[in-house]
Design a protein around this ligand. Structure first.
Ligand SMILES: C[S@@+](CC[C@H](N)C(=O)[O-])C[C@H]1O[C@@H](n2cnc3c(N)ncnc32)[C@H](O)[C@@H]1O
Length: 456
């Protein structure tokens, strides 16, 4: 791998004797990993199915490596949101956030959604999650991943941090700032990143990170925890960024999370600082661990405010919702939704405590339940993904390696038992993957066209 000379010179100067080992890290094979989604599946159940040769990621109880020749992205479980393919080091970030059920959590730089879907699994459907992404196309991908993983209580927004800070002053218990960075830690995995790198790019990123951290600070409540992470090695974007932030905001303390033991300590000297607390930050070096290059700092705000923001009112007129209630009665069981809101024909169940979002660009305002068209209700794909087979009166489950499952994912019509009629949840080994509408033994396929697999 050809590394930029400026980068090598800088790392040699920082790492000194360790530089040769660091370089050898570039010769290591790539690691492939995924995280099992506990919103959809029990980890032990998935392991017992023996579909892949998993070995555990030490710092993430739901993370597993798999061999290069196995392709979980093509498996029906991927379509069912049973797992999310995520780089192993990246899994450490949310593990540091001490997320508790009921927390209000902001993922400020969230696309494509690795950390957001991990937060959602930790919240387990409780609390309120806002997943924000500034780039519109990336925000759409984020929203699709939130849908695939069956997340019910996340709001996806497409805003700048500066805009959000005005809407959510001192609001969140936990904030993840997985900052846009110069990406030095990704050179191994994605050599294309090398071409975008320069010393001046590092400075641009450090400057932007300072602004993002300021916005995050304004949105964090008293006693709140902020996890700052990058996938780069440059001290300007790591120890120096954290030190500058703490100097400006002495009410923050650095926390040493449990997973610290798996990684190297941050290096105060690289920030030209004698703040020994910087050792509580973490450096993830590929020559030392089975994962790519990252940096993580966990900051607690010890003094501040905690603001309540007025909750948005449910805007949906009960009469308009009748077609949904008819659907619910006929096809769902042991589950009900509340806090309904209608955007045109689109019906959402907003998470409890959702603030007024009228000044924010929202892509997904909680769980998209479906569309109410005149007097007809059509359930959404998001609803299918968020339900389990025990939540519906009718389901069809195909084995993951069956021709029927493959045909369903290709969008084909299927034959079913004669006693089924109307909306059926389609599952793979019991994990929901989409809808079919059955009539006279024929299941019309409602797997979204954009997600269907093509055999070409
Ligand atoms: C490292 S990536 C986030 C990865 C994500 N957290 C995950 O786990 O999948 C950083 C994200 O920050 C976004 N970003 C770029 N400029 C930004 C800015 N000025 N403020 C906030 N986010 C920004 C990028 O579009 C990118 O999606």
């Amino acid at each position: 791998m050809v590394l930029p000379q400026d980068f090598k010179d800088k790392m040699k100067n920082l790492l000194k004797d360790e530089f040769d080992d660091f370089l050898k890290g570039y010769d290591k094979d790539n690691f492939y990993s995924l995280r099992i989604n506990t919103l959809k599946a029990n980890v032990q159940d998935v392991l017992e199915k023996n579909i892949f040769d998993f070995s555990p990621v030490k710092w993430c109880p739901t993370g597993y490596y798999y061999p290069v020749n196995q392709r979980p992205g093509r498996h029906s479980y991927h379509h069912a949101g049973v797992f999310y393919i995520q780089e192993a080091s990246a899994m450490a970030v949310v593990e540091c956030a001490d997320i508790q059920q009921g927390d209000k959590v902001l993922d400020l730089c969230a696309a494509p959604g690795g950390k957001s879907t991990q937060i959602a699994a930790k919240l387990g459907g409780t609390g309120l999650q806002i997943s924000n992404e500034i780039v519109p196309n990336r925000a759409k991908i984020l929203s699709q991943n939130i849908e695939r993983m069956g997340v019910k209580n996340a709001i996806v927004t497409n805003e700048s941090p500066e805009k959000l800070e005005k809407v959510f002053p001192a609001f969140f218990d936990k904030i993840i700032v997985d900052a846009p960075c110069s990406g030095e830690g990704m050179f191994r995995k994605d050599p294309a990143v090398v071409n975008e790198w320069s010393l001046s790019q590092v400075e641009v990123c450090a400057n932007r990170q300072g602004h993002i951290l300021e916005s995050a600070h304004k949105m964090l409540a008293e006693n709140g925890i902020m996890v700052y992470s990058t996938c780069t090695f440059s001290p300007e974007e790591n120890e120096i960024a954290v030190q500058k932030f703490i100097e400006k905001h002495p009410e923050y303390i650095l926390i040493k999370p449990d997973v610290h033991k798996f990684f190297s300590a941050g290096i105060p000297q690289w920030a030209d600082s004698n703040n020994a607390d910087l050792c509580k930050t973490m450096r993830l070096f590929p020559h030392k661990i089975d994962g790519e290059g990252h940096f993580i700092a966990v900051l607690k705000k010890t003094v501040g405010e905690s603001c309540r923001v007025k909750s948005a009112k449910s805007t949906a007129d009960k009469k308009l919702l009748q077609p949904y209630f008819d659907f619910e009665k006929k096809f769902l069981k042991d589950i009900s939704f509340s806090n309904f809101t209608l955007f045109g024909e689109n019906l959402y169940a907003m998470p409890e405590g959702t603030p007024d979002l009228s000044k924010v660009k929202v892509l997904r305002c909680g769980l998209h339940i479906g569309e109410i068209k005149k007097n007809r209700f059509e359930p959404s794909h998001s609803l299918a993904m968020a339900l389990c087979k025990n939540n519906v009166k009718q389901f069809i489950s195909y084995p993951c390696d069956s021709d029927e499952m493959l045909d369903y994912l290709k969008g084909e019509t299927l034959n079913t038992a004669d006693d089924l009629k109307g909306w059926c949840l389609v599952c793979t080994d019991g994990y929901s993957v989409g809808w079919a509408k059955v009539s006279d033994g024929i299941a019309k396929n409602h797997y979204p066209k954009g997600l269907r697999i093509s055999m070409a």
